[in-house]
Design a protein around this ligand. Structure first.
Ligand SMILES: Nc1ncnc2c1ncn2[C@@H]1O[C@H](COP(=O)(O)OP(=O)(O)OP(=O)(O)O)[C@@H](O)[C@H]1O
Length: 261
């Protein structure tokens, strides 16, 4: 399913934080949304998840305007992985993952719903934790439960807000590989807000770079990750090299120079 974001604007009160954002993610593509703190990544992901309503522009799924979908149809189209602090705390892991199935069933979950739940639990390696309360989990375990909930939702589009921020290196890589697998094997269209430029370059097909609520680059990792643009956006010298078939981004920081935080 093609995701089209066309001139999306959003303001918190009077302060505009998305100033007309437009890009498209092809069906079955894995797109990284990059940009420094405060550039608008989470806000855009929340607009896509209908947590926030855009003040201008439009979002479409295969040409269907998102605003024409009711809540249930939207939830059958887009799964949202929020940041780990937003986990549903009063539930067990299994119950939290089952929440992902609520757009699909009526009064009670069916066998097919439990099948999706068990598959997602298995994929995220949560088998030992299923009966634990989400509030008792570590940040990374709770983050995996949120990802499992979105996987169980079994939607053609998935949007993830820094899903790897609380994960150790193994689970960062496994999560990125899992999302990429969903794109490759199930044709899911994925958009991930992420800070690690090298992980984005390695696992994603498309990079969208945001700065101050506007897009400054959009393309393949090779096209979008340019040293001059990154240096400008992140405010410190950055070099970009090709290594092992992937783009590698490195800060070229001179420790003698003071950078303002
Ligand atoms: N609930 C809110 N109320 C008011 N302003 C907000 C709110 N949430 C975010 N902002 C502001 O909107 C801007 C964009 O924030 P957003 O969280 O979308 O950025 P981000 O790129 O995801 O940042 P980070 O990398 O730090 O997570 C920031 O200036 C932020 O201060």
């Amino acid at each position: 399913m093609t995701l089209t974001i066309d001139g999306v604007r959003f303001s918190y009160g009077k302060r505009e934080v998305l100033g007309g954002v437009s890009f498209e993610v092809d069906s079955g593509s894995f797109c990284a949304l990059l940009g420094p703190n405060g550039s608008g990544k989470s806000t855009l992901v929340k607009v896509l998840a209908q947590v926030h309503r855009a003040s201008g522009g439009a979002i479409a799924f295969d040409g269907t305007d998102a605003s024409s979908l009711d809540r249930r149809s939207h939830a059958r189209t887009v799964a949202y992985v929020p940041q780990s602090g937003e986990a549903p705390f009063d539930l067990t892991v299994r119950e939290a993952v089952l929440l992902g199935r609520t757009p699909h069933f009526g009064l009670a979950p069916r066998a097919i719903d439990w099948q999706h739940v068990e598959e997602a639990i298995d994929l995220l390696n949560l088998g030992d934790l299923v009966d634990r309360n989400v509030s008792e989990l570590s940040g990374g375990q709770a983050q995996r439960a949120l990802i499992a909930r979105a996987v169980a939702q079994d939607t053609p589009v998935i949007v993830l807000d820094e899903p790897t921020s609380a994960l150790d290196l193994r689970y960062q890589i496994e999560t990125l590989r899992l999302v990429r697998r969903l794109t490759r094997e199930k044709g899911v269209t994925a958009l991930i807000a992420i800070h690690d430029l090298n992980h984005a370059a390695r696992y994603c097909d498309q990079i969208v770079l945001l700065h101050g609520g506007r897009i400054v680059a959009d393309g393949t990792p090779e096209e979008a990750l340019r040293a001059d643009a990154l240096t400008d956006v992140y405010g410190l010298p950055i070099t970009v090299e090709q290594r092992d078939g992937s783009v590698e981004v490195r800060p070229a920081v001179d420790d003698a120079i003071e950078y303002k935080i």
